[in-house]
Design a protein around this ligand. Sequence first.
Ligand SMILES: [Mg+2]
Length: 165
Amino acid sequence: MAIFKPYKMFYRVTDITPEFLHTNGIKGLALDADNTLSEHHSQIAYDGVEQWLRDMERAGIKLKMVSNARARRVVPFANKLGLTFTSTALKPLPFGFWRAAKSMGLKVKEIGAVGDQLFTDMMGANLAGVKPLLVTPIKEEDGASFRLRRRLEKPLIKRYKEKSL
Ligand SMILES: [Mg+2]
């Protein structure tokens, strides 16, 4: 199951520090939107996210929103947060992350991919060769496909936690 494995797990995106990124050679972040920066489909970022984004930029970290959601969800949210973006990124395909690296002028291995899902964000990051950084979704989504994915994720996340990444 190495293909789903996070490089490091965080509780919230705002727990990722410039120090951690510098220590691990990460100069840019490809940020998932839903359940990473805000609740699913919400245009309102989680508490502290806007300040965290500015702190990251001040620390010289390049940022881009890379979301599987459609433009009508991603564009207003990215604009509000002052982020460039890729919508309909088709994670776990690696191309969105490769494009993000190219647009940041960074090597693939210098990118961290932050997201809440093993089967899209983490798998895509591993396939792309960027560093997968897992965060915990605060509120679970409705709908059968989400419920199935969350149920499949749980034992894996538990195992990764036991190995304390
Ligand atoms: Mg998500």
